[in-house]
Unconditional design. Sequence first.
Length: 489
Amino acid sequence: MALDFPLSQLVQKIQNSDLNPTALVNLVYDQIEKFDQELNVYRSLVPREISLKRAEQISQKVSNGERVGKLAGLPVAIKNNLSIADPSLTTGCSSKILEGYHSPYDATVVEALKEEDALVIGTTNMDEFAMGSSNENSAFGPTLNPWNPSRVPGGSSGGSAVAVATGMAVAALGSDTGGSVRQPASFCGITGFKPTYGALSRYGLVAYGSSLDQVGCLTRTAEDSAYLFEAIQAVDTKDSTSLANKLESYEEQIDLSSLKFCLPNEYLDSKIVSADVLEATTYLADWLAQQGATVEKKYLGFLECLIPAYYVISFAEASSNLGRFDGIRYGLRRGSGSLDELYKTTRESGFGTEVKRRIMLGTFVLSAGYYDAYYGKANQIRAFIEKKIHSLLTEFDFLIGPVSPGVPFKFGEKKDDPLSMYLEDVYSVLANFTRCPAISIPAGMSKEELPIGFQLMSKPMEDYRLLKVSEAIQAKTDFHTRRPPQWPF
Ligand code: GLN
């Protein structure tokens, strides 16, 4: 079955005319036809005939002996917050305020996908403006978890994760501000990679928390993430926070026995982490030790500061970033009286509850008189943590632990309790806070047959090394080979 091959092999087969990209497109669209309606994955989709035409053009190029790109013919999905200029695709951020919005231009990462001949087939459902951990904040209903449709797929890139887990795309892009690529990947049994801050351009990614946002890859394996990342990673002068240099790939062989892993004691605290996740985490940590690696436990000493500081900073940045949705420039417009009335009515009817909550709290923490006490303080905490982590990661190669404290939870379980929802991110925001690359790889199933993820994080700029180690783990384990029932076996 074509869908089971690594991305690099799929492209190779297409380049050698061993696989017609139209066959791959048909496989993926068959999956979409069967399961999209039930699972609510895509916000907008390129019609099959158009994707088939585009695939046909690639196959023509191949038969003419022309050069094709590194992602030639791969049906890829992107999150609904990445700008794409395509008449069939919207960049709506799963929000009513941007419902039906068509971008006039491509995000740099989308441009890179197209330059490498990927077929961008659709934009995926998400928590509104990437705010959430369950997809329940989408204004268009949540995406369902393919392993158990009564459970959330994680968020905010839940649609992208489910697309990859069920073969409705061979790979997808998401965005990760505090865990939104890694947590849905872990909830859906796939691999989710958040690169170093600035490694993938943010130009054309609808901003949530600009100092934390990073585009990331959702794929079945670390090998696929590395392949996709390498194809689209570039310096971008349109993004002032883009890294100054292209990252160098890591060619050396990875010898797990030469590596030092830090497993923070707080990550094993049974008051925070569920028994299933704890068991999967210690299993993989012990497995690494059995491979000869050094695994040391250590107290970080700041875990309880992370969530409060993250939510102050991300809310503050969100309140400022979302100021642009005013009924004048983009999307929805409501109200017919004064300009003030138009602003109010548009924003009142266009934004959902969680987005409004964040805009209000973010505006509060930035207001005169409170700025130093909240936003200023949170940034001091962030700087302190960043320094500590960067020094810890000179002593250790990688930090390891769970991705989130529990397994995919039931719809409605946390929706009305924002604080418990925010605690979902207790292990994931650290990477965004410190600009470090981090990855979630499958680590087995819970007793209720729900996927569990395992997280690895390394120093900034060591993305390829992080991916190589994850590949080395996946080469010797088989957690990443499990597929949900929708998979076309
Ligand atoms: N769950 C986190 C939040 O709601 C992270 C979201 C994200 O990474 N985009 O802010």
